[in-house]
Design a protein around this ligand. Sequence first.
Ligand SMILES: CC(C)(COP(=O)(O)OP(=O)(O)OC[C@H]1O[C@@H](n2cnc3c(N)ncnc32)[C@H](O)[C@@H]1OP(=O)(O)O)[C@@H](O)C(=O)NCCC(=O)NCCS
Length: 326
Amino acid sequence: MLRSRIVGTGHYLPEKVLTNFDLEHMMETTDEWIRQRTGIFQRHVAADDEFVSDLASHAAKRALADSGVDANEIDFIICATLTPDFLMPSAACLIQDKIGARNAGACDLSAACSGFVYALQMADALIRAGVHQTILIIGAEEMTARLDWTKRDTAVLFGDGAGAVIVRGEEGERGVLTTYVGSDGSAADILSIPVGGSRYVLTPENINELDRGIRMNGRELYKRAVVAFEEATVRALEGARISAADLALFIPHQANKRIIESAAERIGLEREKIFLNLDRVANTSAASIPIALDQARAEGRVKDNDLVLFAAFGAGLTWASAVVRW
Ligand SMILES: CC(C)(COP(=O)(O)OP(=O)(O)OC[C@H]1O[C@@H](n2cnc3c(N)ncnc32)[C@H](O)[C@@H]1OP(=O)(O)O)[C@@H](O)C(=O)NCCC(=O)NCCS
């Protein structure tokens, strides 16, 4: 059976790190508050001359090296991001050039924090339909470009980074077993970056009035995230016809430790099987799962034939999940 197998992973985190203690000097917050409510301790922040396509290209080159695949063998590049370098052209096209993938189509995918898993579903469908053989998926974000460091409700939550995977069509039992996606646009205003699109265009007159950052109703989002996350994990297990006991590892979108643990509890998954890195990298949106996957592999927590669950939720609202046999 033709399956889409992840044959290489890579990630990149910018050098600069801001801890919760650093934030205590920048806004009215405390390490204790942040850690208790979210589980986050520090986040990486891109340099002034480092942009999403740079972070993504570093991660992509590492995934290529890990896989042994040549850049010219890539048929298609999907970059999941909500913070591309430009509105146009796509970050994926800039990445195509930076990594020298001369035979690839390239486009961005906008599904916020669920973007990587959405991209995995699309890549899997394109591969199994015989359209493409080798696809590069990247989740890359420069969330801090959209943060106002005086707004403690959002500034403490996010970080920058990129993760990449090479997905290839191969005969056998290993690879993507199932994917699931969901959305609810009626809750669009709970988490948004409203300014900079076609509705609120920046002009010299309004540039100082319009808030260009992230708007979030944290409490409402928390409630909905718990439901969406649980739904995503349950659907993935059903789709793969497995139970939580069969899983070797759960790699969730790293937004909030409490939300992750409540979803794991719902499916009866032991805490030891959850991979958490949000204390070190915070919420990197679409980049969070591929960064965590690469780190989990480096720590020896993903072995051949292991069943691994991915699940994410984010703005849209969107949510998504997948089960992969490694
Ligand atoms: C953001 C979140 C941690 C806030 O936790 P909460 O328990 O809901 O906290 P609230 O928003 O109700 O705020 C409680 C108090 O803490 C204050 N507060 C908010 N941010 C703070 C911060 N960084 N430091 C200290 N105090 C803070 C609030 O002003 C409020 O004070 P008040 O009671 O005097 O008004 C939580 O709602 C959450 O995790 N939501 C989901 C966010 C998320 O995952 N976003 C990304 C999705 S991909």
